[in-house]
Design a protein around this ligand. Structure first.
Ligand code: SIN
Ligand code: FE2
Length: 226
């Protein structure tokens, strides 16, 4: 029974308890948004799809051109996957580990990414690459720009799953001050347009246990790369 069905009516007081809540939107910049909890209604479709992708293309620790092994485990799905090794950063149609094409982008991933881009003001986003990052406690991502994509007119759509993290959102220069944005399971960040090349990164992940994903944070970034 709903509370509002009985007793003296206080119109509207409990009316919204069992209807989906609109996503809370936070602006990080003129064309950057955090869509709080945007992916929560999709989780039951996203997690099995993620498992299928990772069975085909498991996380691996790649080496940067400078010779450092990344603390974050990486995988990809879609037509193009992002890779790094001693010879540079690039997108490739082939997973260098399996020597096979990357797993296809699951339909639920594509729909979520397009819906989030739309909700953040970017219509006609059609991702051809999804980079999957796995953070265990202590793993981090240094400040960087996403600039291996061919065309910067499409936004970056970034989905957080599992343990919370502190996302750094900086400016157009590495030395610009960064905002620290807590990102929780189900949050989606979208940045594009004038904000497309802003520096960003992730502080070392704090230890914890997430009810669905355990001791890790998984981040998916959707891009129009080719
Ligand atoms: C990235 O910049 O590729 C990852 C960002 C994140 O993990 O939130
Ligand atoms: Fe990035």
């Amino acid at each position: 029974m709903r509370c509002s069905d009985s007793g003296p009516a206080t119109p509207g007081l409990f009316d919204d308890l069992d209807v989906p809540q609109p996503t809370r939107v936070e602006n990080l910049g003129p064309q950057s948004r955090v869509l709080r909890g945007f992916a929560l209604p999709w989780i039951e479709r996203l997690l099995p799809a993620l498992e299928t992708v990772l069975a085909e293309a498991p996380f691996r620790h790649m080496v940067t051109p400078g010779g450092f092994t990344m603390s974050v485990g990486l995988s990809s799905c879609g037509q193009l996957g992002w890779t790094t090794d001693r010879s540079g950063y690039r997108y490739s149609r082939i997973d260098p580990q399996s020597r096979q094409p990357w797993p296809p982008m699951p339909e639920a991933f594509r729909q979520l990414a397009e819906a989030a881009a739309q909700a953040a003001g970017f219509s006609a986003f059609t991702p051809d690459a999804c980079l999957i990052n796995c953070y265990r406690p202590g793993a981090k991502m240094s400040l960087h720009q996403d600039k291996n994509e061919r065309d910067y007119s499409a936004p970056i759509v970034s989905l957080s799953l599992g343990l919370p993290a502190l996302f750094l959102f900086g400016g157009q220069q590495r030395s610009d001050k960064s905002q620290r944005v807590p990102l929780l399971h189900g949050d989606v960040v979208v940045w594009g347009g004038v904000d497309r090349l802003r520096y960003h990164g992730v502080l070392p992940l704090k230890d914890g246990e997430h009810s669905l994903l355990g001791q890790q944070r998984i981040n998916l970034t959707f891009r129009q790369a080719g």
